[in-house]
Design a protein around this ligand. Structure first.
Ligand code: UT7
Length: 381
């Protein structure tokens, strides 16, 4: 995982909006969150998380077949954040795309990558959840801005003949609740140049009906987790740890009660990072591993829920591939660094070369290069 260094505490927030540490902690469980610096973006955080995941798995960028980035805060509609990350890794054999399923996105993406591996079309995938929510929250709305933070998490998935891995997934959507949680974006909405839409929402700013989403979340967590367990051929009692989307501690406590499970079976780290949307599940998984709460052979469950409305539950059996245990050698570590350095050099060189070609064509108007450049320019749409 990767998070920005800058910490925004509840007390810091109370200087921005009419709120207090006491209200935020008692209503949400959140104590602080991370906020991206000017130099950070969804892609830079996602790239850092992906690099760390490759180190843990001891996989080379050139071995990656597919990169999926689940995000709601891509810098661009296109190019995708996944493509920017692919370029930064130097994953020259990989396809890359973003997946939009709000806070359920990471589980959706994990299932898409799993199915591609299972179908035999790819062998190795990197799945990332990355967000810079601080760029899209309305900092005047105390009902939402206190909840969200920035960060990224990533995993490497590999084909294996060992039993285990991802065992089941329940993916669902209810578009009739699409007005309850959203982020209207520029592009296909014609707002006549205004930022404020007829329905009162702002372009580029998140809105949420907290109370409705709260009830929806408890319902779908408690319904879909047992469905995923059943599809995996186990019961919820077999699941060692549930790694849920980190939205609100009260949601998780209510869901635990509804499922008649001890709430310690739900991993939480939202006190330190808040709600990081699609990044929250891989970040919580990383923390769970670091805390020694995940062992080989454990059944884990993931559950995401959010805008769409969308939700997704998944059950997996954790297993560390044998290769990653022994040979995370210095040599591969260096080969990865070389790939990142070459990738950034290639991006810079390509850009400069294109600029130089145009400049040369202008300086030598009668040359073949100039004619070629004119032809390219004239044929551009
Ligand atoms: O990631 C996507 C999924 N998102 C979620 O799952 C979020 C789900 N929703 C929630 O977590 C909760 O609904 C919130 C944390 C957003 C709100 O908590 P709540 O207990 O539902 O509070 P509320 O909206 O019912 O508001 C209760 C009171 C209101 O005051 P009045 O009308 O009772 O006087 C609010 O104006 O609390 C007030 N309030 C605040 N007070 C201090 C709302 N936000 C704040 C605040 N500080 N930040």
């Amino acid at each position: 995982m990767a998070v920005p260094d800058r910490v925004l505490s509840n007390d810091d927030l109370s200087a921005i909006v009419d709120t207090s540490d006491e209200w935020i902690v008692s209503r949400t469980g959140i104590r602080e969150r991370r906020i991206a610096s000017e130099r950070e973006s969804t892609a830079t955080l996602g790239l850092k998380a992906a690099q760390r995941a490759l180190d843990v798995a001891d996989v080379l960028p050139v071995e990656i077949d597919l990169i999926i980035c689940a995000t709601s805060t891509s810098e661009n509609i296109f190019p995708s954040t996944a493509s920017v990350i692919q370029g930064g890794l130097g994953a020259t054999q990989a396809g890359a795309f973003d997946l939009s399923a709000a806070c359920s996105g990471f589980v959706y993406a994990l299932n898409m990558a799993t199915q591609s591996i299972r179908a035999g079309s790819i062998r190795t995938a990197v799945v990332i959840g990355a967000e810079t929510m601080s760029r899209v929250v309305n900092w005047q709305d105390r009902g939402t801005c206190i909840l969200f933070g920035d960060g990224a998490g990533a995993v490497v998935l590999k084909a294996s003949s060992e039993p285990g891995g991802i065992l089941s997934a329940i993916l669902r959507s209810d578009g009739t609740g699409s007005d309850l949680l959203g982020l209207p974006t520029f592009g296909s909405i014609d707002a006549g140049g205004a930022d404020l839409l007829e329905n009162g929402h702002r372009l580029g700013k998140m809105h949420m009906n907290g109370g409705e989403v709260f009830k929806f979340a408890i319902r779908v967590i408690s319904e879909s987790l047992p469905q995923a367990a059943q599809a995996a051929g186990i019961t919820m009692n077999d699941v060692k740890l549930i790694v849920p989307h980190q939205a609100n501690a009260r949601i998780l406590q209510s869901a635990a009660r509804a499922l008649k499970l001890d709430e310690t079976r739900f991993m939480t780290n939202l006190d330190r990072y808040g709600n990081t949307s699609a990044a929250s599940i891989p970040m919580a998984l990383c923390d769970a591993i670091a805390q020694g709460r995940v062992q080989d052979g454990d059944y884990l469950a993931f559950v995401g829920f959010g805008g769409g409305l969308s939700w997704a539950s998944m059950v997996m059996r954790w297993g560390t591939p044998a290769a990653a245990l022994g040979s995370a050698g210095r040599f591969n570590w260096q080969r990865r660094r070389l790939s990142y350095a070459t990738a950034s050099g290639r991006t810079w060189f390509g850009r400069e070369l294109r600029r130089l070609r145009r400049a040369m064509a202008r300086m030598l108007p009668g040359s073949r290069l100039s004619r070629l450049q004119r032809e390219i320019d004239e044929n551009l749409p």
